[in-house]
Design a protein around this ligand. Structure first.
Ligand code: C5P
Length: 224
């Protein structure tokens, strides 16, 4: 049986994964998985339930049990729905991001989220964005992309994204947070942020969205 095709897009925050991934998924008519949203939902739920990051048993149980839906939106990121409630904005706060990044190194949590992520692999295909999509979650993906950009460019993009959503953000603090988050993502032992050996590496610092989307589409077409 032929397996459902997967395109993985990994990279640090602000490299353009989400924007590029959603655009390519739309053009291919494939599903889209924002795996970072799963880490953020877990962090958000844990915060609401007052579960701290040292309470491994409860975190693991929570990670296995929660269910979310991504609701595609025209021209905007998919809405994240949990128990009928739209939690898209709640999971985008820096507090949820910070907690997500502190939960992400814990091997048991990554393991609990693994099956959840793989369930998104449904016909006709999946575009999966994250940190370890090409290395751990979908190692057999047909095309793997690793997006990079300088920290300064990435922080400007994140700043604009957050401002557009109405969040009050401080640029210098954001740069510090992004650097700290990169350090944790790259330095952790389980599934660190790194390109898969067979990934195509694209530096998006000086490229527009359309140029990157086109390049990714070409790589998918070459593989088909
Ligand atoms: O991509 P996003 O910033 O929404 O992800 C939130 C956090 O979740 C990241 O800082 C990272 O630590 C973690 N993450 C991860 N593996 C993924 C996706 C996200 O460790 N595949």
């Amino acid at each position: 049986m032929l397996s459902v095709p997967v395109l993985t897009i990994d990279g640090p925050s602000g490299s353009g994964k989400g924007t590029i991934g959603q655009a390519v998924a739309k053009s291919l008519g494939w599903h889209f998985l924002d795996s970072g949203a799963l880490y953020r939902v877990l962090a958000h739920l844990a915060q609401n339930l007052n579960i701290t990051d040292d309470n491994l048993a409860e975190l693991q149980e929570l990670a296995q049990d929660f269910e979310i839906q991504f609701m595609p939106q025209d021209g905007a990121p998919p809405k994240v729905i949990y128990q009928g409630e739209d939690i898209s904005n709640a999971i985008r706060t820096e507090t949820a991001g910070e907690m997500a990044s502190r939960l992400a190194p814990i091997p048991e949590i990554r393991q609990s989220l693994l099956q959840k992520q793989r369930q998104f692999r449904q016909p006709p295909g999946l575009v999966a964005d994250g940190r370890d999509m090409g290395t751990t979650v979908f190692p057999d993906a047909g095309v793997k992309i690793y997006l990079t950009a300088s920290p300064e460019i990435r922080v400007q993009r994140r700043y604009k994204q957050l401002k557009d959503k109405g969040f009050d953000v401080n640029l210098t603090r954001l740069l510090d947070e992004i650097r700290e988050r990169d350090r944790r993502d790259v330095g952790r032992e389980t599934s660190p942020l790194r390109p898969a050996d067979d990934a195509h590496i694209l530096d998006t610092s000086d490229l527009g969205i359309d140029e990157v989307v086109q390049r990714v589409q070409e790589l998918v077409a070459e593989q088909a």
